[in-house]
Design a protein around this ligand. Structure first.
Ligand SMILES: [Cu+2]
Length: 124
């Protein structure tokens, strides 16, 4: 009896593990750790296993289940949060909601830690 349950558990675990999670990497504009929180937060949805965003590379890395969410939808969610991606541009309304620090279209001028990222590699 106990062995049967164990076997069933093993089969079930194997079945769940068989659902493939896929990694998606795409460019997403932003400035700072606040942007990171916003982007990662926007991707806290069913089907997304893990999400991270690199402020220096301005790239998002997302592990997701293709059966539950599409790569287009993932990029759309990031754009809806106010961050331009390679296929979806944030609406002006969404962009306007960003705090000054996060206005990447203006070169992240508001960042207090601007030295951390050389957007246009301009020295001032
Ligand atoms: Cu920011």
């Amino acid at each position: 009896m106990r062995l049967t349950i164990l076997l069933l558990a093993l089969i079930w675990t194997g079945h769940v593990g068989a659902q493939k999670a896929v990694e998606l990497v795409f460019s997403a504009k932003g400035c700072c750790p606040m942007c990171e929180d916003r982007i990662v937060g926007a991707l806290d949805v069913p089907g997304v296993r893990a999400a991270e965003w690199d402020q220096f590379e301005e790239k998002a890395t997302v592990v997701y289940k293709p059966k539950k969410i599409s790569p287009e939808r993932i990029k759309q969610l990031v754009a809806e949060a106010g961050h331009d991606t390679e296929h979806f541009t944030a609406s002006d309304a969404a962009y306007a909601e960003l705090p000054a620090c996060c206005l990447y279209r203006d070169g992240c001028q508001g960042c207090s830690h601007g030295k951390d990222h050389d957007h246009d590699s301009e020295e001032d």
